[in-house]
Each structure stands twice: as structure tokens, then as C-alpha cells.
Design a protein around this ligand. Structure first.
Ligand SMILES: C[S@@+](CC[C@H](N)C(=O)[O-])C[C@H]1O[C@@H](n2cnc3c(N)ncnc32)[C@H](O)[C@@H]1O
Length: 207
């Protein structure tokens, strides 16, 4: 069981508490949100990530939703399935790393300008520790974007994301970032009409 100060312990319970390596051993080359929602996320990334940035895509898979025609200096991916990550055309390098086992990221301090987590925050059982680790691998003033929607693997999502209404789930993610020392934590709604919602929480690493 996890402990995060200020968050009830039972919010982190999961129906499937077996090691994540088991669930993610099978590659899933699928989209987890509607195409219109993916397009809205890609458009947001166009604004959020400067060209030539060093980008970290956490909880990554075969797709990073980055704009096709923008060149970044470097894109690193971290996730649970090697086959998915190896298929992702945007990644310059990748690693398999279980953030619930070890929230410390395997990168040096100040390596990245932007860090992204797309439609996966609900699977983290030690989220504030992961956010602190993200803050340390970002350069001062670097930014993080947590993109959320309303779908999940129900056995693997923590109880909070199954029981709380959307407004409180967004507030919880803002709390994760604030508790990890991020500044300018902000919620942005980019949900397209008639498709899965797109709720974004962004923050800035302390300078
Ligand atoms: C719903 S998929 C989203 C994948 C991708 N970000 C996207 O937008 O399509 C959830 C992702 O979270 C990753 N993940 C789940 N548990 C994880 C853990 N404990 N540590 C690191 N990554 C994890 C999985 O590898 C998977 O790629």
C-alpha cells in the first residue's frame, strides 16, 4: 500500500494489485481516446512544447501524439511494454521502468524541457513521488502536462479515479503537482465536441 501525505490511503487501492509487469506484458497497439481527442491533444502540444525542446514522454506506448512536422531536440519515452515503445516512431530512446515500484526516474537532473503523461495518471500509486522526480529531471522553468480523459483499465486504475467525479479527479492531479513543488499549476479544458474529453493539468518546475 502506498502513502501520500494528505491523500487517504484507500484512494490508491486497485482491484489488480499484482505487479504491473504482468498486466503490461501484452502489447496493446490501440488508441485509448477518440481520434478527435488525440487531434486536440496534438494541437495543444504544438503550443505547449517549443520546437527544439528536450521532451520526456512518460507512461508512453507506441504513440506519443506529438505533432508530426515539429522537430524536437530529443524525445525519450518510458513505459511498461518494450514492443510498444520500440514501435513508437517519435522516440529517440526508451526504457521499460515501473514507476509504481520505483518512482525515481532514470535520467540526470535538468535533462528535459517538457514532460508529458497522456491518459495514464490514474495508474500511478505513488504519484507525488513521481511528480517530484519529474520536477528534478526538468530544467528550471521546464513544464509538465498531465492529459486526462474518462477511460481506464478498471482493474489497474486507483480507486480515486473510479469513485471521484471528474472535477475532483482534476483537483487531485493539481494537488499532486502542487505537493511536488510545481508552480503555476493550471487546469485547461480542450475537450472536443462529441468525443472523449481532454482535461489538461500543467505546471512549471521551480526556477
Ligand atoms: C492507457 S495507456 C496510455 C499510453 C500512451 N500514453 C497513450 O497516450 O496512448 C497506459 C500506459 O501507462 C503505462 N504504465 C502503466 N503502469 C505503469 C507503471 N507502473 N510504470 C510506468 N508506466 C506505466 C503503460 O505502459 C501504458 O503504456
Amino acid at each position: 500500500m502506498t502513502e501520500e501525505p494528505g491523500i487517504p490511503e484507500h484512494w490508491f487501492e486497485r482491484a489488480d494489485s499484482a505487479p504491473d509487469e504482468m498486466f503490461y506484458s501484452v502489447p496493446r497497439m490501440v488508441a485509448h481516446i477518440d481520434q478527435a481527442t488525440i487531434d486536440a491533444l496534438t494541437r495543444f502540444y504544438e503550443e505547449f512544447i517549443p520546437a527544439n525542446a528536450r521532451v520526456l514522454d512518460l507512461m508512453s506506448s507506441w504513440i506519443s501524439h506529438l505533432p508530426e512536422d515539429t522537430d524536437y531536440r530529443h524525445v525519450s519515452g518510458l513505459g511498461m511494454n518494450a514492443e510498444e515503445l520500440n514501435t513508437n516512431p517519435r522516440l529517440n530512446d526508451w526504457c521499460v521502468h515501473n514507476l509504481n515500484e520505483n518512482p525515481a526516474l532514470p535520467y540526470s537532473e535538468g535533462t528535459f524541457d517538457r514532460a508529458l503523461i497522456a491518459v495514464s495518471i490514474q495508474y500511478l500509486t505513488r504519484p507525488v513521488d513521481v511528480m517530484k522526480s519529474i520536477a528534478s529531471v526538468l530544467s528550471p522553468g521546464g513544464r509538465v502536462c498531465i492529459a486526462m480523459s474518462h477511460r481506464c483499465f478498471p482493474t489497474k486504475a486507483i480507486a480515486a479515479f473510479q469513485r471521484l467525479p471528474a472535477r475532483d479527479r482534476i483537483r487531485l492531479v493539481m494537488f499532486y503537482l502542487e505537493n511536488a513543488g510545481f508552480e503555476e499549476v493550471e487546469f485547461i479544458d480542450r475537450s472536443p465536441e462529441g468525443a472523449d474529453p481532454l482535461w489538461l493539468v500543467v505546471g512549471t518546475a521551480p526556477g
